[in-house]
Structures are given as C-alpha cells and as structure tokens.
Design a binder for this molecule. Sequence first.
Ligand SMILES: Nc1ncnc2c1ncn2[C@@H]1O[C@H](COP(=O)(O)OP(=O)(O)OP(=O)(O)O)[C@@H](O)[C@H]1O
Ligand SMILES: [Mg+2]
Length: 243
Amino acid sequence: MSATGEQAQTGVLEVDGLCTDYGPVRAVADVTLSVEPGRVTAVLGANGAGKTTLLRTISCLVPAREGRVRLGERELLGSAVEDVVRRGVAHVPEGRGVIGELTTEENLRLGGLWRGAPAEDLDEVYELLPALRERRRQPASSLSGGERQMLSIGRALVARPSVLLLDEPSLGLAPLISARIMELVRRLANERQLAVLLVEQNARSALAIADRGVVLNLGRVVADADASELADDEDMRQAYLGF
Ligand SMILES: Nc1ncnc2c1ncn2[C@@H]1O[C@H](COP(=O)(O)OP(=O)(O)OP(=O)(O)O)[C@@H](O)[C@H]1O
Ligand SMILES: [Mg+2]
C-alpha cells in the first residue's frame, strides 16, 4: 500500500458515456468502451478525432464533462493524477516525455519514484527490454527514437500498472522498429495481463496485434469491433483507416 492508502487495482477498464470539452469544443463525445486484462484495444481515427483527449481524460489530466471511468469496482474520474498512477493506470504520452539530460536508468527510476523503485523492478524491465540495459548509463538524449520509445514504455512499467494507455508509440519510427514496439505491446498484454488502450495512426499495424478496434470520428465512436473484422471492413478502411 502506498503512503496515501491508494491501492493498485486490477480488473476491467470501463469507459461509459465519456464526454470532454475544451471550451465550446466537444473533443470526446459519449465514448463507451471497455478493455479486459490481457486485451489490447486499438483506438483509431484521423487527426483531431479525440484520441489523445480520451487517454488524457481517463488518466485525469483533463476533466470529464460527463460519464464514468471505472477500473475494477472503483471510479477513477476525479482522482488526483498521482492517485491514478497508484491505482494502476500508466499513461505513455504522445511525444514520449523522457528527460534527455537524465540517463536511461534515471528515467526508469523516475517511473517508480512513488513506490521506491526496488532494484528488482528495474531488472524486470531490463529483461523485457534488453536494449535498455545496454544503454542504462547513457543520457536519454543519445538514444534513438525507437530506444526512447522503449524507455518511455519501460518507465511506465516500473510502476507495475494493470492498465497501459499508449499514445502513438510508433510515431516517427521506421516500420521495422514500429513492428517491434507493436510486438512488445502484445507481449505485455499476454504476459502481464495488462489491459492496453493503444492509440495509433498506423491502423494496419495496430489492428494486427489488437483484439478490438475502436474508431473515433469528431470525438464519437463510429465503430467498435473485433480487430480482424475491422481490418477486413472495406468501407471503414476507406473512410477512416487509410489502408
Ligand atoms: N488543450 C486543448 N485546448 C483546446 N482544444 C484542444 C486541446 N487539445 C485538443 N484540442 C482539440 O480537441 C480535438 C481533439 O484533439 P486530440 O488531440 O484529442 O485529437 P487526436 O485524435 O489525438 O489527434 P492527433 O491524431 O492529431 O494526435 C481537436 O479538435 C483539438 O483541436
Ligand atoms: Mg493525439
């Protein structure tokens, strides 16, 4: 248990009727979805569709206007950001957010600061991501784009989450590296029973490893289907998925 008494939770992540406004603009409009432990749901849609806002609302970085977000039995909305992390939700933001002046290992330790980051935790992350161990004394600014992305995922894992929110983890990466990141996401769901919400522009590669796909348009859910069904849907592909 942490200092504030907040305990990590497991269970299904349930988003119900979620709405988020920026002033007069409704960025997330009545979104309902759920992700079970061990499952990956890809969140797809054009620029400005509301994907990032959805993740930021779930992790309480922006306030919801309406709706509920539950993890297991408990409501997440209205929690302080650090309590969301303590409750088991890890958010890897768009643009990665690693600190270039710090080494790989220092960045990883930051991810576990609130729970004291026992050494075993870093070993676990290094086992999953061996490239990080080799680079552990290097400043993060000297890492390649793919390594930096792995570091930001690794940093989220140090907090031992049960839910992982990933915002465009393959952005700007070469196809081969992007495929490795997707494989890693799949493995994390399988081996650690994480519930993963994966926001991606690259719909094809996200659907290849996801269980479900949710398509957003102007903040609304326009499709919520099995990933393979969605990938085979010509109309959806033409209208929203771009492949
Ligand atoms: N801080 C903000 N203030 C005002 N409006 C915002 C803010 N952030 C996002 N928006 C607006 O909300 C809508 C959804 O943006 P969001 O960033 O969630 O989309 P996205 O699907 O993540 O897009 P992208 O694929 O470009 O990352 C857009 O119309 C955007 O302009
Ligand atoms: Mg975004």
